[in-house]
Ligand binder design. Structure first.
Ligand code: SAM
Length: 482
C-alpha cells in the first residue's frame, strides 16, 4: 500500500487515499472541539509585523477540520478571517481575465464535458490563425489584457505546435491601444519538453484542473483517452515545473466527488508542490459542474449548494493565504459577489465559452463548453467590482518583470502589494477607463483612482503613479508598471 509522502513524485504517495480518509475521520471526530477550532482559527489569522503581514497557512488536516465544523459562529469567524487575509495579501484588487477557446476537438471521454469524443451533436471547430486574430481583436476591443487559452486534447488537431502558434499570434495582435500581455494556458497534461516550449513561448500560468483527486472516481469519469491515466494527470504540475514553468494553477471540478475529499486532496497537492519545488500553486480555481450540451449536472451525485461553496472558498483562503483564487462566469453575479469577500482574487468577465464566440454578435451556444451564468459585459463587470469596493486590475506586471514563482510569493509575503500591485492596478484601470469604458464606468473609475492613490504608502511611488496616470489620460501613454 502507498505510504503518504508529500515530497514524493508518485501521485499515490503525495495524494494519498489513506491519509485523506484518516484526515476526514479525524476532522469528523473533532468538529465539535471548540478549543481546537479556536486554536486553528488563531493560527490562520494574519499577524501584522511592522509594515507587513505574515500568515503561516494551515495544513490539510487543520483546514479539513474547519471545513467539517458546523458551528455558525465559528463559520462566521472563518469568513471574517478569509476577508482579512485577502485584504492583507492581495489588497482590494481583483484581477480580470477572459478565456479564449481555441479548439473543441478532443479525444478524451470525460463524462462531465460536452467536448467528449463521442458527442456527435456538436460541431467541431478549431480556430485558424486568422480567426485567432479576429477573436483577440474582439477581446482587446472589450479591454482585456490577460487571457486563459483553452483547448480539448487532440494530438492530431491541436498538437503543441498549434498551441504555440496561437500564443505567438495572440501576443502579436495590437488593435488600437490593445495588447494581450499575459497568456495563461489551460491544456491537457503533457510532457516536460512541451512544458518547456510553453515556457519559451512566454506563457503566464499553466492551469490544469485535477477534476477529482479520488482515483477510483477519476478512472470512471475519464473512461477513455489519454486523460484516463490518473498518475500522468496528477503528476503534470511536477513536469510543468521541471520544464521551467514557475506559476501553476490547480483546481477541482466540484460536484463530481465528495467535496471534503476533494478539499483535502487539493491542499495536499499544494503542500506537495511546496515540499518538492519550494513554491505552492500560483492560483486555485474552484469551478462547479454546469449544464452543457449533453451534460446534466444532476447526473453527478455530489453537487454542492452555495453555502457549502462559500465555506470551501473561505477555508481554502485560510489554508493557502498567498495563492490567488479564481472564480469564473460559471457562477452567477450573486454568488460571485459573495465569494469576492471570502478570498477570491481573480475573476473572468465578458466570457464566451465557445470556439469563435467573441466575434459573433449573439452569444453562440453550439460549441459552448458550459452555460455561462454571469453573462454581463466586461464594462458591467468592471463597474460592479468598483461598486462593491474592489479595484478591477488589468495588471500583468509581475510575470513581465520576472516576478514569478517564489519571487511573486515573497512580494506578497513582504507586504509590498500596496507599493507595487496597488499602483499597477490603478494605472491599468486608468488605461481601461480611457480606452474602453462607458461614461458611467469611467466616472466611477476616476473617482476610485483618486481615492485609492491616497492609500499608496511610499510618497515617491504615489507621486510616480499619479504622474503616470496623468500621462495615460492626457498624453496617450500606455503600459507603465512597477
Ligand atoms: N482539455 C483540457 C484538460 O483536459 O485539462 C483543459 C481545458 S477544459 C476546456 C477546462 C476545464 O473545464 C476542465 O478542466 C473542466 O474542469 C471544466 N469543465 C468541463 N466540463 C465542464 C462542465 N460541464 N461544467 C463546468 N466546467 C466544466
Amino acid at each position: 500500500m502507498a505510504v503518504y509522502d508529500p515530497g514524493s513524485l508518485k501521485a499515490e504517495e503525495f495524494i494519498n487515499d489513506e491519509e485523506i480518509r484518516a484526515t476526514l475521520k479525524w476532522a469528523e471526530e473533532n468538529k465539535d472541539n471548540e478549543e481546537l477550532i479556536d486554536r486553528i482559527l488563531e493560527k490562520a489569522r494574519p499577524v501584522r509585523k511592522g509594515g507587513s503581514f505574515s500568515c503561516p497557512g494551515l495544513t490539510h488536516r487543520e483546514a479539513s477540520l474547519l471545513l467539517a465544523c458546523e458551528n455558525p459562529e465559528k463559520i462566521e469567524e472563518m469568513y471574517q478571517i478569509a476577508e482579512e487575509i485577502k485584504l492583507a495579501f492581495y489588497g482590494n484588487r481583483i484581477v480580470i481575465f477572459a478565456p479564449l477557446y481555441l479548439s473543441n476537438y478532443c479525444v478524451n471521454g470525460c463524462l462531465y464535458c460536452p467536448y467528449h469524443s463521442t458527442n456527435r451533436r456538436i460541431p467541431r471547430k478549431k480556430l485558424t490563425q486568422e480567426e485567432v486574430r479576429g477573436e483577440v481583436t474582439a477581446l482587446q476591443d472589450m479591454g482585456h489584457k490577460r487571457l486563459a487559452i483553452e483547448a480539448g486534447e487532440d494530438p492530431v488537431n491541436n498538437p503543441i505546435d498549434y498551441i504555440l502558434e496561437c500564443i505567438r499570434t495572440i501576443y502579436g495582435v495590437h488593435h488600437q491601444n490593445g495588447d494581450i500581455r499575459r497568456v495563461n494556458v489551460n491544456i491537457a497534461a503533457t510532457t516536460v519538453e512541451n512544458y518547456r516550449k510553453l515556457k519559451e513561448a512566454g506563457i503566464g500560468t499553466y492551469i490544469l484542473f485535477q477534476e477529482t483527486y479520488h482515483k477510483e472516481s477519476y478512472l470512471k469519469l475519464h473512461p477513455t483517452g489519454p486523460k484516463h491515466d490518473y498518475d500522468y494527470h496528477t503528476q503534470a504540475m511536477d513536469r510543468a515545473m521541471e520544464g521551467g514553468i514557475d506559476d501553476v494553477g490547480l483546481g477541482v471540478l466540484f460536484g463530481l466527488e465528495r467535496y471534503k475529499y476533494e478539499f483535502a486532496g487539493l491542499l495536499m497537492h499544494a503542500e506537495h508542490l511546496e515540499a518538492v519545488h519550494g513554491v505552492g500553486p500560483h492560483t486555485i480555481s474552484i469551478p462547479r459542474v454546469k449544464r452543457a450540451d449533453d451534460i446534466d449536472p444532476s447526473a453527478f451525485d455530489n453537487g454542492i449548494d452555495d453555502e457549502t461553496f462559500a465555506r470551501i472558498t473561505a477555508c481554502i483562503r485560510l489554508a493557502v493565504p498567498y495563492t490567488g483564487m479564481i472564480i469564473s462566469t460559471r457562477e452567477s453575479e450573486e454568488v460571485r459577489t459573495r465569494l469576492l469577500r471570502l478570498g477570491i482574487s481573480q475573476v473572468s468577465g465578458g466570457s464566451r465559452t465557445s470556439v469563435g464566440g467573441y466575434t459573433q454578435k449573439e452569444r453562440p451556444h453550439d460549441t459552448e463548453q458550459f452555460d455561462v451564468s454571469d453573462q454581463r459585459s466586461l464594462d458591467e463587470v468592471v463597474r460592479w467590482l468598483m461598486k462593491n469596493g474592489h479595484i478591477p486590475s488589468f495588471c500583468t506586471a509581475c510575470y513581465r518583470e520576472g516576478r514569478t514563482g517564489d519571487r511573486f510569493m515573497s512580494l506578497c509575503k513582504n507586504g509590498q502589494i500596496l507599493n507595487c500591485c496597488h499602483p499597477n492596478a490603478l494605472m491599468t484601470l486608468a488605461e481601461y477607463l480611457e480606452d474602453y469604458a462607458s461614461e458611467e464606468t469611467r466616472r466611477t473609475g476616476l473617482q476610485m483612482i483618486d481615492e485609492e492613490l491616497k492609500r499608496i504608502p511610499t510618497e515617491k511611488v504615489r507621486a510616480t503613479a499619479q504622474e503616470n496616470i496623468r500621462q495615460i489620460r492626457n498624453m496617450g501613454r500606455r503600459d507603465f508598471r512597477f
